[in-house]
Each structure stands twice: as C-alpha cells, then as structure tokens.
Unconditional design. Sequence first.
Length: 168
Amino acid sequence: MKQLALINPRNVSDAEVATYSLREAARAIVLDDTRLVALLHVTRDAYYKLPGGGLEGTEDRHIALQRECLEEIGCDVETIQEIGSTVEYWKEDKEKQISYCYIASVVGAKGTPTLTESEKERGFETVWLSFDDAIEILKRCRPTQWEGDYIVQRESIFLEEARKYLQQ
C-alpha cells in the first residue's frame, strides 16, 4: 500500500522511534447509499475521526476494518478501494502506528454501535456528512487533547486522497 505521509509533529528522531512499539490499524471512509461519509465525533476532546482501529494479533486488515466499523458505527461494510497508509510517531505513547485506509460502503441497514466504556466516556457520536462537509469539519477541528492532533491530520490526508479516487 502506498504511504501517503509520515506524521511526526513532535519531531521524533530515528533513534527514538527505533525503541517504540508498533501498532497497525485499519480505517475506512465509509459511504452510505446516499454517499454520506461516517465520522465519529469525539465530543469530549473536540475532534472527528474515521471509523477504525487496531489490528488484534495477526488479524487481517479487512477483517479488522469490518469489526471496527460494526463496533464504532453499527454498520457492516464492504471494502471498495485502497486509499493509502500513514506512519505516525506517537511520542506520548512511544508508539509507531501504521494506519491503512480504505473506502468502504455500508452493506444493509445502519445499526447501533457497540462502543467500549472508553469510547462512551470520550463521547463518541456517529455523524453522517457530505464528503465536502467531512473535509471542512476536520479543517475546523481544534482538539483539546494531544491525540486529536495526530488523528485530525491523518484523517484529512485520507479524505483528500479519497477525493481523487471519488472524482474519477
């Protein structure tokens, strides 16, 4: 998968990142049948994110993506297109994260998310927006927590890259 960006806002050195643990994650730009995009509003920390999360053990990326979308937005999804990946150096967690992003479509009816206690505490709410509104809302985000800085930058990169595919 094509790497779209290295996200390193804390200027982590190569020597430092060599000591970090590796986390891989699958994320999706999920489109419903009216071409609205699913975003999760993290209300407590004032940012938005794409549905997705970490791979568990040797879990396949597509299986992880399906699991995460069902949990976070209550939707079964089908992968349509590979978008690209980002590498993120999370200094605060001492973690190198590789995020793989796809475009996916909702299969069947939208359901109810099954959020973790942490996600509930952080105020996760699913919103469905036009593609352009999703990009604009990310531009206006001012996260109140350091994690949101990484996430907003990453999701903006993924949405801009997906726009190229969707305009074809």
